[in-house]
Design a protein around this ligand. Structure first.
Ligand code: ATP
Ligand code: GLN
Length: 146
């Protein structure tokens, strides 16, 4: 008997061509993460300064030079990266490799299917809009044609 899931059910996970990898990370690891992503051809990244609490709770960062929160929230950076489906696992692995210390407060990664990408300058949609000049897809097609 096939299981029919309504789109309104929390069990329904739409399949998508693109996904948003949203990572909440330690601010002082962001430079390391973004340069590693750039090296693998991930050129479209958005970061925001955020504050939050998780298992780390209101404990302030112990590392020198980082922000100390006056209240119960800890300063974090949210990194949002929209990539094609085949890049998702590579990006997640790279973020973990570069951001992990093994201590409480390393952060969390959320994955969301994205229904479309639109480039404002050209009006392009889908794959054309998601591809970045000199990005990962360009790098791999250059390798396969040379
Ligand atoms: P254009 O060719 O018109 O410059 P583009 O695709 O290079 O378009 P930008 O207009 O340079 O995109 O991007 C504007 C901002 O959008 C970037 O600074 C970044 O914050 C965000 N951004 C772009 N692509 C992505 C992506 N794939 N994932 C997350 N953020 C992105
Ligand atoms: N998928 C794009 C490419 O291969 C890169 C996406 C990104 O940089 N976030 O060009």
């Amino acid at each position: 008997i096939p299981i029919i899931r309504a789109q309104t059910s929390p069990d329904f996970v739409p399949d998508a061509k693109f996904y948003k990898v949203e990572a909440i990370l330690r601010p002082w690891r962001i430079q390391q993460v973004s340069s590693a992503l750039l090296k693998m051809g991930i050129r479209g990244v958005t970061v925001s300064d955020v504050r939050g609490f998780g298992a780390q709770g209101g404990l302030t960062e112990r590392q020198a030079g980082s922000e100390f929160s006056e209240d119960t929230f800890v300063a974090k950076v949210k990194m949002e990266i929209v990539v094609s489906k085949d890049q998702v696992e590579g990006v997640i692995a790279k973020i973990i490799e570069e951001a992990r210390t093994g201590e409480i407060g390393d952060g969390k990664i959320f994955l969301t299917p994205i229904s479309d990408v639109i480039r404002v300058r050209t009006g392009e949609r889908g794959e054309k809009a998601e591809r970045m000049m000199g990005g990962h897809a360009d790098m791999s097609s250059a390798l396969s044609t040379s």
